[in-house]
Write a protein of this length. Structure first.
Length: 177
């Protein structure tokens, strides 16, 4: 299978491995070659994403991503659909803003004037997203406090939000000692 050790995985000697590594780094993985093959990589990424969306619906994928990032402890995994809908709206508006033609992209000297209000609109959407995330974080903190009062243990599974909150608490404990 390895053609007598003539590959990078199972080389027969160090000299051969060095030659293969040099060849792959300098020739195959060079910036020039990577730039030349970028369209192929983009096509493959698009195909993979299309394949994932084809197998599961958009709502299922959205639910999966949200449950991975945050999952309401108090609702036992049922996410707040209003917050999800609001995040979806913000994401849609951000996509629209990014798609707009911006004169500052062509004339960078005009960027500080924000003639078309792109920066203003982006800040508005960022603030909405911050409010939504603050609501999610506050709900989780309240849920954690409630669980502490009831002396119930957090279940073994932790989502990304819980990991970050645990890290913050651990860091705060370290700073106070």
């Amino acid at each position: 299978m390895s053609y007598g050790g003539q590959d990078m995985v199972f080389p027969d000697n160090n000299a051969n491995w060095r030659k293969l590594r040099k060849l792959s780094v300098h020739k195959m993985l060079s910036n020039v070659n990577l730039d030349r093959s970028s369209s192929v990589r983009w096509d493959e990424v698009r195909r993979a994403v299309k394949n994932v969306f084809g197998k599961i619906g958009t709502k299922e994928l959205e639910g999966l991503l949200i449950r991975t990032i945050w999952e309401s402890q108090s609702d036992k995994g049922v996410t707040n659909s209003n917050i999800v809908a609001e995040i979806d709206k913000v994401a849609s508006k951000v996509t629209q803003i990014l798609g707009r033609t911006n004169i500052s992209d062509f004339f960078p000297i005009l960027a500080r004037f924000d003639l078309q209000g792109v920066v203003r609109d982006m800040k508005k959407q960022r603030n909405k997203l911050d409010q939504l995330f603050t609501t999610i974080i506050d709900d989780r903190i309240k849920s954690n406090l409630k669980m502490l009062e009831e002396k119930t243990e957090l279940e073994g599974k932790k989502d990304f939000l819980q990991v970050l909150l645990d890290y913050k608490d651990e860091k705060a404990r370290c700073n106070t000692t």
